[in-house]
Design a protein around this ligand. Sequence first.
Ligand SMILES: [Zn+2]
Ligand SMILES: [Zn+2]
Length: 310
Amino acid sequence: MICSNCKEKTAVYNRKYSGQKLCKKCFCKSIERKVAKTITKYKMVSKNDKIAYGLSGGKDSVTLLYIMDKMQREHKNFSIDIITVDEGIEKYREDSIKIVDQIVENLNLNYNLVTFKELYGFTLDEIVKILIKKGDLETKACSYCGVLRRRALNNTAKELGAKKLATAHNLDDEAETILMNITRSDITRLLRYDPIPYEKHPHFVPRIKPFREIPEKEITLYAYYKNLPIHSIECPYASESMRRNIKTVMSILEQKNPSVKFNLLKFYDQIFMKNQADLQKFDSFKACIKCNEPTSSEICKFCELMEKIS
Ligand SMILES: [Zn+2]
Ligand SMILES: [Zn+2]
């Protein structure tokens, strides 16, 4: 099987959704080109932007950083500040911090490590212990982790003066989130994911997802070909059973229709673009009565969660 791009080398990857058969080199180039195209298409980066980058040490986040750092060195039209959040999950996070250190050492980028313990007074492990002690078996560690991480990343990015906050969510994550919010009939949450970054509120640094059109499988393959150091242990608290169900459904659909994830994303973008003015009404903010940060209800999710463990 010969590469359908260079017509020279042996193809190693069959891209079912496009019909291309690619050699190793053309495959890697195609990923880098797709990321650059996504950034341009969704106006993710403006000239001389400082981009805050959430680096976890996992496959997606390491790979996107590798590609964006390469871009930044070639074009010199934006800069990257790395932010790593240590949630305080024994063993799991210690291992990933080692990988993060190794990556950071080899890059000439500004690096910031923040911890839940310093920011909020508790590690995630401690929060889980308190919940168990209080007999709260409903609230999951992932709810805390998601909300606390988001706040840590946003506030650190804000302090650094970053114009955007980049995360490595991929096509699978995005398509799953869209489908999940549809099945839950949660329109507010569904419409929270703006493809084109805009400032919802001066306190929030606009988020960008340059991997939103890259399937997870292709990121794994790219990382493997580039021999990137990766932390691949699953988080001990990973328990989003709903997402797991959606993943199963998605892979069944994908067997018959290799473009199904792209179609979901395209469908979402069309809804978003056509109704952008109306949709922004969803973003009417008040100040949280406890912490003063912008929220859509009386008290923000962060304060609601912190109250449960106080
Ligand atoms: Zn080729
Ligand atoms: Zn609050």
